[in-house]
Design a protein around this ligand. Structure first.
Ligand code: RFL
Ligand code: PHB
Length: 390
């Protein structure tokens, strides 16, 4: 098998890259270790930045999102017993966010690729990449009982944080930056009506909590937990007790309960590898960087990476290699901005087990500043809706 760009991983990064390359007339093959059913059912992100929304619309994969997604014009920061709204359009020149689940984006992208005759190989085994420092890098894997070799001009490593492409870069050719947080998130999906019109990020003595949504019938809720915690330690009664305690306040707001039908523990980490390239292997999305979910940036960063990469590859095939040479530096600039924002939101809103009363007061002072200074609120808003892609 031969293609121009071999893409490892059919997450948002790999599928969107394949779609954008196709629009530029560039051929690609996506190899994915899981089944189509699995990737279309994995519950992850929910918030799309304005730039991601615009990109999906402009490239013809935004129709269902426009019908079924929810535009939110702000978020609430809740602390000290009161809620404070951050209004996005007035702080960012009219920008907003879209609540639309990641697996719905995946379904839309898979459908678009397959309708256009695109090649996605699901359920491949033992994928490995070779000859990265030559002009003919290769992906080898098992598929449908056979060993296959895909010869490429370039390989895109879009296989997430636990993938095989990043570790294929010799350790002397990469530098890693990591921070692991001393807490995780306990996430649930609930059959219940919405309790709020916009997301609530709550700072509380018992720990952080977040109220998000998926549809008028399904709500997505998170609460800070021990990173080693397990689902079996959280019967529904304990979940509701914690959520009520962390979210409800004297203003009379009440959280609607419902049937909990999905529970999971999510680790929190910040991670960046530099550079995002080795020879003819280019990393994009979670394969190259991880952010804690507090800033809702992961999927959006993946989209921003592949937009830069698809354009750079298109330039290469038109005879200009410079954008490809600049890919890592261009992408990393946005990555580090999002890393900072996600770290800041996380540090602002969570309880740290080793925190002193002094640190706690500093958090409250910072939160108060965010909701009382237009400049500070604007910093949060412009990062949350996402900085312009260009
Ligand atoms: P993905 O989505 O992990 O996709 C990688 C794909 O590669 C496949 N793969 C392999 N394929 C072949 N061979 C191998 N050896 C392979 N190894 C792996 C995998 O099966 C998979 O299909 O990475 P990608 O495309 O870079 O996308 C990144 C996003 O998924 C991630 O950043 C977001 O989900 C993060 N995130 C959020 N991001 C946002 O922008 N907004 C949010 O609101 C948001 N909320 C979240 C989140 C992540 C969460 N979790 C579960 C970590 C909320 C949560 C709870
Ligand atoms: C979600 O709806 O899953 C979600 C929303 C906001 C975040 C993280 C996750 O910051």
């Amino acid at each position: 098998m031969r293609t121009q760009v071999g893409i490892v991983g059919a997450g948002p990064a790999g599928l969107l890259l394949s779609h954008l390359l196709h629009l530029d007339g560039i051929d690609s093959v996506v190899v994915e270790s899981r089944s189509r059913q699995e990737i279309e059912a994995t519950i992850r992100a929910g918030v799309l930045e304005q730039g991601t929304v615009d990109l999906l619309k402009q490239t013809g994969v935004g129709a269902r999102m426009e019908r079924e997604g929810f535009v939110h014009q702000g978020i609430y920061l809740r602390f000290g017993g009161a809620s404070h709204r951050i209004d996005f359009p007035s702080l960012t020149g009219g920008r907003a966010i879209m609540v639309y689940a990641q697996h719905e984006v995946i379904k839309d992208l898979v459908a678009a690729r397959l309708d256009a005759g695109g090649k996605i190989l699901f359920a491949v085994k033992d994928a490995a990449v070779y000859d990265l420092d030559t002009n003919a890098p290769k992906v080898r894997f098992h598929h449908a009982g056979r060993v296959e070799e895909l010869e490429c001009d370039f390989i895109a490593g879009c296989d997430g944080f636990h993938g095989i492409t990043r570790p294929s870069i010799p350790s002397r050719a990469r530098r890693e930056f990591t921070r692991v947080y001393p807490f995780g998130w306990f996430g649930i999906l609930v059959e219940a009506p919405p309790s709020t019109d916009e997301l609530i990020y709550a700072h509380h003595d018992r720990g952080f909590a977040l109220v998000s949504t998926r549809s008028p019938q399904i709500q997505r809720l998170y609460l800070q937990c021990d990173p080693e915690d397990e689902v079996k330690n959280w019967p529904d009664s304990r979940i509701w007790e914690e959520l009520h305690a962390r979210l409800e306040n004297a203003q009379g707001w009440r959280l609607a309960e419902g049937r909990v039908f999905q529970k999971s523990v999510i680790a929190m980490r910040s991670y960046v590898v530099e550079p995002m390239r080795y020879g003819r292997l280019f990393l994009a999305g979670d394969a190259a960087h991880i952010v804690p979910p507090t800033g809702a940036k992961g999927l959006n960063l993946a989209a921003a990476d592949v937009r830069v990469l698809s354009r750079a590859l298109a330039s290469f095939y038109r005879g200009d290699e410079q954008p490809l040479k600049d890919y890592s530096a261009t992408a990393l600039r946005r990555v580090w901005r999002a890393e900072h924002f996600s770290w800041w939101m996380t540090s602002l809103l969570h309880r740290f087990h080793d925190e002193t009363p002094f640190h706690h007061r500093l958090q409250l002072a910072e939160l108060d500043y965010v909701v009382s200074s237009r400049t500070k609120a604007q910093t949060l808003a412009e990062n949350y809706v996402g900085l312009p892609l260009d």
